[in-house]
Ligand binder design. Structure first.
Ligand SMILES: Nc1ncnc2c1ncn2[C@@H]1O[C@H](COP(=O)(O)OP(=O)(O)O)[C@@H](O)[C@H]1O
Ligand SMILES: [Mg+2]
Length: 235
């Protein structure tokens, strides 16, 4: 596919083999993209791969990990040959672990973004972040907290953001789909007795993106899409 240079310059490469071709070159700079799917669908791996690509290409990143501890992430990532600890020491990655106070988290993200000159952020995950609040939030408070988070990460931190969410949780909170520029959905289907994994770009404002479901796989190399050699279609 031919892509104008101008369009490509404004795009942030995902680091997921096959993905950028479906998005005219990648995510729009300083946008937020919601990535959702059920447990085990590969959301964390997708997020880590996005940050790893940035770390190796002059775009440091922050992982706000509320679901998993840094220690577990270090260990799990070595399986893919990703040395997160080393990247952190080099200032190309910052992993912020679970916190109970939202305000501290925002402040810490801003501090970390400034310290490493972050260009990318992954929040893993939105439901875990919100349920870590000391008091349960009302729906309207959820909405403004979500808005604020998106704004802080894209505007004051100057980053391109992946927000990880859970399929079941998202269905209850419709605004979660409207605020981000894009929504990517991961799902599993049983086909001839084998569980197959599919990725769908449900929306991506301002982008002429693929509308198809694309098969993906998680291997020892991480998250990879299967793109047929023929046209993938833009219907
Ligand atoms: N080395 C590997 N080879 C193949 N599949 C793997 C490997 N490591 C993890 N997986 C798959 O990835 C899934 C976990 O991915 P993860 O990103 O943690 O999911 P999520 O964050 O959506 O819960 C596991 O359920 C497993 O199917
Ligand atoms: Mg996860």
């Amino acid at each position: 596919m031919m892509i104008g240079k101008k369009v490509q310059d404004t795009r942030v490469r995902t680091g997921i083999p096959g993905m950028d071709d479906l998005l005219e070159g990648g995510f729009i700079r300083n946008s937020t993209v919601l990535l959702r799917g059920k447990a085990g669908s590969g959301k964390t791996i997708f997020g880590l791969q996005y940050l790893l690509y940035g770390a190796l290409h002059d775009e440091p990143g922050i992982l706000l990990s509320i679901e998993e501890t840094k220690k577990d992430l270090y260990r799990e990532s070595l399986r893919f040959g990703w040395n997160l600890e080393f990247l952190e020491r080099q200032g190309k990655l910052a992993i912020l672990e679970k916190h109970t106070q939202y305000s501290i988290t925002i402040h810490e993200i801003e501090k970390a973004a400034l310290r490493i000159g972050a260009k990318r952020v992954v929040v893993d995950s939105i439901p875990a972040l919100f349920s870590s609040y000391p008091n349960e939030l009302q729906p309207s408070e959820h909405r403004s907290a979500f808005h604020l988070l998106c704004q802080v990460l894209t505007d004051s931190c100057d980053c391109t953001v992946i927000l990880i969410s859970e399929t079941d949780w998202s269905e209850r909170l419709f605004y979660e789909e409207y605020v981000p520029k894009g929504v990517i959905e991961l799902s599993t289907k049983m086909m001839e007795g084998i569980a197959r994994k599919f990725l769908l770009i449900k929306k991506m404002r301002e982008v002429r993106h693929s509308k198809r479901e694309h098969l993906y796989e998680i291997t020892d190399n991480g998250f990879t899409l299967f793109i047929p050699r023929t046209k993938y279609g833009r219907e």
